[in-house]
Design a protein around this ligand. Structure first.
Ligand code: GDP
Length: 470
């Protein structure tokens, strides 16, 4: 590639490098410094293009409006432990009318698509819970179109329910509330709806615009209504993608399979993934050897919103990684090697910048200063949140992603890290697990015992984020 751009012979470049003690082959990637020296040696001028140029043409290719076709919504189920997430996923799986002939959804590949009666297809991510959701988001992958918040009618709002609300809101994903276990004698959906108000989730029954549906995953009741609610929400979102182009997909999960080698379940975002396609995925590459669907059947191709297992990878990618089909092996190798190098650099760098923080810094609109607040008593948490909101200006708005009473938990940290936000502990500390995760993700923990200090430092940090121009 470099020889080409200089209109020199590849063999000459290799010879030169050999003479300098670099034992390389003609299709190997060399680092930037070596490349620059080499270019100068050959009497050419070095023009530095941006690092991201390697990736150009890979992603972000815009589609023409006329090529867009409706696609199935992608749904994630969240809620407190034991409120029935798994049961609901199982029950919904049972509404698949194609299930009979295909032998039902037998494979757990991380996601499945159902075709309910009188409805379009719907895709569910079947790793319930917000840990996976936020982990994906922190890696820049927003695959979920709709969140179903499951609340057990006999148990009401619990800590993880509230966390799930915070995660959903931070991601800006619309929510449908499924009030589950309606078959139980102690079911009290009214209290659930009222308590949701405290968290600014106003359901339709309370004249809000968040759909709420009473269900029983156990007795399979209310599932039709839930599917209707999903379809209605999907219609409002006008979900579309161009199926007639090279595929881009997101890794939902990946593993090393004993018999089959590295396997990744991907969800196609746009285009159609086909057998034989050459691709890069994260810092890995490959050629699609086989595609396997949730029925365990081999398929020739997978279009938008379709989850499918991909075989034929060079290694195991990570959940949240992007898969992109490219034109040639050489291109796949170039991008994969570039990304591997970038990842190494990133690991060496200290504070990781999240995708959100990056986009925040680039966008023209008013910036956001996001923060998670935990405190020892409700009164001080409320006082802090209201004082923080008071700091918003036309240029930068304070956004409290989540606030609450008690120690800083792992969930607080993952939520904050996904948005590049600091976590304020007012007279509280993180638990051991939270501290460990904060270290891993480079999330910033700040402790205060005087509200005045907290506000003062926030002002400084906000000014710092805005930079000197404003
Ligand atoms: P998860 O932890 O949120 O995935 O919850 P599970 O789906 O594992 O359900 C927890 C327990 O609640 C299990 O014993 C289920 O059988 C029970 N359960 C789930 N949905 C219902 C329901 O609609 N009615 C009743 N009575 N029990 C349910």
């Amino acid at each position: 590639e470099l020889a080409n751009r200089m209109a020199e012979r590849g063999a000459d470049l290799v010879k030169k490098l050999f003479a300098q003690g670099e034992m390389v082959t003609v299709n190997q990637t060399i680092d930037q410094d070596t490349a620059e020296l080499l270019v100068e040696d050959f009497g050419h001028r070095v023009k530095r293009v941006s690092e991201a140029d390697v990736e150009i043409g890979l992603t972000g290719q815009e589609d023409d409006e006329k090529d867009l076709k409706p696609r199935a919504p992608v749904v994630t189920i969240m809620g407190h432990v034991d409120h029935g997430k798994t049961s609901l996923l199982d029950a919904l799986r049972g509404t698949d009318v194609t299930g009979g002939e295909a032998g039902g959804i037998t494979q757990h590949i991380g996601a499945y698509q159902i075709q309910p009666e009188n409805s379009g297809p719907i895709t569910f991510l079947d790793t319930p819970g917000h840990a996976a959701f936020t982990e994906m988001r922190s890696r820049g992958a927003n695959v979920t179109d709709i969140v179903i918040l499951v609340v057990a009618a006999d148990d009401g709002l619990m800590p993880q329910t509230i966390e799930a609300i915070a995660h959903t809101k931070a991601a800006g994903v619309p929510m449908i509330v499924a009030i589950n276990k309606m078959d139980k004698p102690g079911a009290d959906p009214t209290t659930v709806r009222t308590r949701l108000l405290e968290h600014e989730v106003i359901v339709e029954e309370m004249s809000g615009d968040v759909q709420d549906v009473e269900v029983s995953a156990l007795k399979k009741q209310g599932l039709d209504k839930l599917i209707d609610a999903i379809n209605l929400q999907a219609e409002l979102l006008e979900l579309k993608a161009n199926p007639d182009r090279d595929a881009e997909a997101t890794v939902i999960e990946a593993k090393l399979d004993k018999g089959r080698g590295p396997v990744a379940t991907v969800l196609v975002n746009k285009g159609t993934l086909k057998r034989g396609d050459i691709f890069v995925v994260g810092a890995e590459q490959g050629k699609v050897r086989a595609l396997v669907d949730e029925h365990g059947k081999q398929v020739k191709e997978a279009g938008p919103s379709k989850p499918v297992e991909v075989l034929g990878l060079s290694g195991v990618p990570m959940a949240g990684d992007n898969l992109t089909v490219v034109e040639s092996d050489a291109r796949a190798r170039e991008v994969a090697e570039y990304r591997a190098g970038e990842m190494k650099k990133k690991r060496l760098a200290t504070a990781p910048t999240s995708v959100d923080a990056l986009f925040g810094a680039l966008s023209d609109k008013a910036q956001e200063y996001a923060v998670v607040v935990k405190g020892d008593v409700q009164g001080s948490v409320e006082a802090i949140v209201s004082a923080l909101h008071g700091l918003s200006t036309d240029d930068i708005k304070v956004r409290v992603l989540h606030s609450g009473v008690g120690a800083i938990t792992e969930s607080d940290v993952t939520l904050a890290a996904a948005s590049g936000a600091p976590i304020y502990g007012f007279n509280v500390r993180p638990n051991a697990k939270a501290r460990e995760v904060a270290e891993q993700k480079g999330a910033e923990l700040r402790y205060y015992d005087v509200i005045y200090d907290l506000i003062d430092e926030t002002k400084l940090a906000m000014a710092g984020q805005l930079g000197p121009e404003r």
